[in-house]
Write a protein that binds this ligand. Sequence first.
Ligand SMILES: [Zn+2]
Length: 345
Amino acid sequence: MSVSTLKAVVDRAFAERYGVPAINIVNDLTMEAVLAGAVEARSPVIVQTSVKTVKSIGSRVLFSMWESMTAGIDVPVVLHLDHCPERAVITECLERGWNSVLFDASRLPVAENQRQTVEVVAEARRFGAHVEGEIESITGVEDGIGSDTASARQSLEISLRFIEETGVDVFAPSIGNAHGVYSSEPVLDFQRVSDLVTAHPIPIALHGGSGLSPAQFAELIALGCAKVNISTALKIVFMQSSLAFLKDAEARDKWDPRRCSGRSGPTSSRSPADSRSNSAAQGRRDGCRHSSSIVTASSPTPSVTATFRRSTRPSANSPFRCGGAIPTTPSRSRSGVERSGCGAR
Ligand SMILES: [Zn+2]
């Protein structure tokens, strides 16, 4: 197993200025897909679970899935609890084995947020886990958490004090990004990322990654956004692909649910570790595009079924398609983001 830590994964990405995909899963199929995609792309990956996903599946079952699916995997993987305002859920996940959490107290006054984040960092350290912190809500509701109203951005001074006093490992500022689908091109505050990283070098989490352009990704990653969150794009791909499968089943009057996960044949694999040789091809043979192509697709935009149907080979200009933790030959993308270690070309 190659379960790594958030700090190990993002600190290197921050130092070398590449982005590590942090992707929200919603069930076993999407967890398998994200892990398989990471193996195929030879990239580290941060698998994220929302509080809603933890509560709906249960932390015990979810963590058992994680343990079995990461057994034998040979890329660095991290299990992260996304946007969690509930201290009890944080404790439950840390005790279960999550090794990274985002304590989201952005609705609280900064002083109280800071006080509680200090406690969460101390608690996480007892488990060898790491913490992402935030002091402003990212616009948009994700899995029941958040608000559609843009929150005020705190000053650089307040942000730095929060980072330094709490000892968080990753910081998630609001920079004009948003959860969900962008209705128009977002106006991003690149300067804020630059100011933060210049004043206090810390890996920055980029939330609301679904729908940003390759150029926006490249610039933000170059400035220090080492953790690149993708949630909406995967949800849309998953739902639209499921719909396409159901329509196909209806048209053929064939109702085998196993075909939807590419597991109808006896050789189908349940191990993401085997994905490079097996699962993606098996899924395509079965006529239901296997999910391992999701995270290796070139652009995490919500314009979807096309994404899902693309080749599993990542495009050259995807700014975070490989993380560099599995060195082969250093490479430089067209966007100018330095990377190394991409086995899937
Ligand atoms: Zn988020």
